[in-house]
Structure formats: structure tokens, C-alpha cells
Design a protein around this ligand. Structure first.
Ligand code: AMP
Length: 396
């Protein structure tokens, strides 16, 4: 278990908040504020409990050097605007500049420290660098689940040096993930899609141990179909992984995890906008055709299966969703999951970059129980790995 903002006294303490402010920036302007908006509950709650808030974050990949284009300074205005409080910027994240900014900041003021990755000690998880960070405050608040799969000084080492708690984002993320995989309401379904099996092998291995139904779609389903002897024409496929795919299918059967593969498909001659396309049974894909989405019969059958489930974990689209109409399977299934969630029948957790984009296309982001914007960390969690940033919080 981990502690939260509710569990410790914060009045008069300086809270070092590890945030993820690695926001998209174009010509010095923030183009998407989602990560800033999501940080607000943590900032508000800490200030309400009397803490002084100091924000720590990485930005881009300066590789241990001071790269002016990768400064966090351009975020000051957006942070001040979003949080409705003045934001004081420190030109360095440790030492004199950081200490002076924190000392000078009033109780209502937020301090933003410069990019942690300007120091090589951050990514090296260096004890001296972590000590220099810890010296700046009295309590550590980790609110960056998306960085928790990295054992860095500001995500891991620092948590061993001072009282450590989860911020509201981290708390919400961990509660949602625990509800989905550690202690779920059954039956549990997982939907895994996307381009390739090779990037999600560990995800599949873990899910067949933990779920009752594993729906495989997208390009990766083609490798499974090929492994089962289905002719898939020119579809995206990793034939080298046929043996692995068969092993996963056998293991799933032994574990009592049902695997659902497409039984019809939307095919076209190439992956492009406005190409002629049609629906075929899965054993009728012509040699010059590509599978670009699950077909309508598969979509209906999967939607019916979802209606019998109580928990859903979703990563990866069912087809080449960026190009309509090959978004149809993903969109229809996402809408079904959203409808079941809204009615209280299903707990639905989704995550990963393309998945977030696909759910946005379907317009259902706010109708899932939880949508994680963490890419790598979410996948590592789906793989069943211990995330160093989470483990360090739980230890305390
Ligand atoms: P991933 O990053 O592994 O989740 O893969 C997402 C990508 O897979 C998206 O860009 C989709 O366009 C692509 N994709 C999904 N299904 C197919 C398919 N049947 N053929 C080709 N690409 C696909």
C-alpha cells in the first residue's frame, strides 16, 4: 500500500511534487494542456493542507546537459493560468537557484524547478543528485505515473530519502489499475490490438494468466491467424512469430483464458484513404488483399461478449483506425464498452498512446472508468512488471 495526501500532516511543509510536465510545445507555446490540467487536484489539495508546492519534472531528452530549447520556463504562464496562482521559476533544479526560489515563494505561490534531466544524475538514479533534490523540501509527492517505469533520481531514489506519498493522479491511476488486474470483478476481458505482436508479447503472456477473455485484434491478430493456418493475403504479419503465437494460444487454453480472434474482416488492396474496401469471411481473404479492420460480424460478437464481462482492460486499436472506415471496429467496440460502463455494468480501463487517440476518435474518453495517458508505464504494468517508482512509494 502507499500513502496519499490524506495520510500525512502537510501544514508548513515544502512538498516536492514529481509531475510529468513533458507537454507538447511548439515555438515556445504549450499546444496541449492535458498534463497540466490533470495536475491541478494535487496542487490544490496540497496548498489547501498548508504545504508549499515545488514542481519537479523532466522535459524531452537533453541527456544530462543544459539545452536551452528544453527548458521548462515556457510553461510558467500556462501553469499560473491553469492553477490561478503565481508561479516562480528556478533556473536550476538543485542548489542555490532552487533554494532561493523556494525560500522567496509566498504560501500561495508555486515554484517550478528547471528540467531535471539537465543533470546526468537524474537518469543515472544518482544518490548525490537525489540527496540534493531531497534537501529542498520536507515531503515527496509522486504524481507522475507515466515516469514510474523508470528508476530515476526523482522517481525512485528520492522516495527512500524522505516521507513519500502519491499525488492524486498517481493515486487514481494505481486505484484504477489495481481494480482492473490485481483484484478485479470477474469475468475480466482484455482487448489487445495494434500493429505488432512483437511489441506486446509480454503483455499477452501476462494477460492470459490473469484474464478470462483475451480479444486480439488489429495487425497483431494477423500473426495469430497465420499461425493457425489462415491465408491472410498481403496483411501485416510477423511470420517469424508463428511458433510463439501457437504457444500463447495453447497456454491460454490450458489456463482457461478464451482467446477471441476475428472471424471476418474489412479488406482493401492497400492501406490508404478512400480505397475500395469490402467485408470478407476470415478464410476468404484474397492473396492481393490486406486486412485493415475487424469485420461487422466480429464486432457484433465481441460486443455481445463484452456485455457478459465485469472488467475490461484495453490497449491497442482493432484496425488501422487513423484511416476511415477502418476505424469502425475500434469505434463500435469502444462505444459498447462506454455504454456498459455508463450503465454501471463494466469497469473499463484503457491506456497507451494509440489507444487514447482511438478512444478520442470514438468520443468515449470520458465514458471509460479510467483512461491512462501513460504509454510505457501502462504497458509495463500490463506486462505485470513492478514499476520502480511505484515500488519505492509502496515501501514507505
Ligand atoms: P500499436 O502502436 O502497436 O498500438 O499499433 C497501432 C497501430 O497499428 C496504428 O497505427 C494502426 O494503424 C495499426 N494497425 C492496426 N491494425 C492494423 C492492420 N490490420 N493493418 C495495419 N496496421 C494496423
Amino acid at each position: 500500500m502507499f500513502k496519499t495526501i490524506d495520510d500525512i500532516a502537510l501544514s508548513g511543509r515544502t512538498a516536492l511534487v514529481r509531475a510529468d510536465l513533458n507537454v507538447p510545445l511548439r515555438e515556445g507555446k504549450v499546444t496541449d494542456r492535458t498534463r497540466i490540467t490533470r495536475l491541478k487536484p494535487t496542487v490544490d489539495d496540497l496548498i489547501a493542507k498548508g504545504a508549499k508546492v515545488v514542481l519537479l519534472s523532466h522535459f524531452a531528452r537533453p541527456k544530462g546537459e543544459r539545452v536551452p530549447e528544453m527548458s521548462l520556463k515556457p510553461l510558467v504562464e500556462d501553469l499560473a493560468d491553469e492553477f490561478g496562482r503565481p508561479v516562480r521559476f528556478a533556473e536550476d533544479c538543485i542548489g542555490g537557484p532552487a533554494e532561493r526560489a523556494i525560500r522567496a515563494a509566498g504560501p500561495d505561490e508555486i515554484v517550478l524547478l528547471e528540467n531535471l534531466r539537465f543533470h546526468p544524475g537524474e537518469e543515472a538514479n544518482d544518490p548525490d543528485f537525489a540527496r540534493a533534490l531531497a534537501a529542498l523540501g520536507g515531503v515527496y509527492v509522486n504524481d507522475a505515473f507515466s515516469a514510474a517505469h523508470r528508476a530515476h533520481a526523482s522517481t525512485e531514489r528520492i522516495a527512500h530519502l524522505m516521507p513519500a506519498i502519491a499525488g492524486r493522479n498517481m493515486q487514481a491511476e494505481l486505484e484504477a489499475l489495481t481494480a482492473a488486474l490485481e483484484d478485479p470483478k470477474r469475468p475480466v476481458a482484455a482487448i489487445v490490438g495494434g500493429a505488432k505482436v512483437s511489441t506486446k508479447l509480454d503483455v499477452l503472456e501476462n494477460l492470459i494468466e490473469k484474464t478470462d477473455l483475451l480479444i486480439i485484434g488489429g495487425g497483431m491478430a494477423n500473426t495469430f491467424l497465420h499461425a493457425e493456418g489462415v491465408a491472410i493475403g498481403k496483411s501485416l504479419c510477423e511470420p517469424d512469430l508463428a511458433v510463439t503465437a501457437r504457444r500463447i494460444l495453447t497456454k491460454a487454453r490450458e489456463r482457461g483464458c478464451e482467446i477471441a480472434l476475428p472471424h471476418d474482416a474489412e479488406v482493401a488492396i492497400e492501406f490508404a484513404a478512400n480505397v475500395p474496401h469490402h467485408t470478407v469471411a476470415i478464410d476468404a481473404v484474397d492473396t492481393d488483399m490486406m486486412i485493415l479492420d475487424i469485420g461487422p460480424a466480429t464486432t457484433d460478437a465481441l460486443a455481445a461478449k463484452l456485455a457478459d464481462c465485469r472488467t475490461l482492460i484495453w490497449n491497442g486499436p482493432m484496425g488501422a483506425f487513423e484511416v476511415p472506415p477502418f476505424d469502425r471496429g475500434t469505434v463500435q467496440l469502444a462505444r459498447k464498452a462506454a455504454e456498459l460502463t455508463d450503465s454501471g455494468a463494466l469497469i473499463s480501463v484503457a491506456g497507451g498512446g494509440d489507444t487514447v487517440a482511438a478512444l478520442a476518435v470514438a468520443g468515449v474518453t470520458d465514458h471509460f472508468t479510467y483512461v491512462s495517458t501513460a504509454g510505457g508505464a501502462f504497458l509495463e504494468w500490463m506486462e505485470g512488471r513492478t514499476l520502480p517508482g511505484v515500488a519505492a512509494l509502496e515501501r514507505g
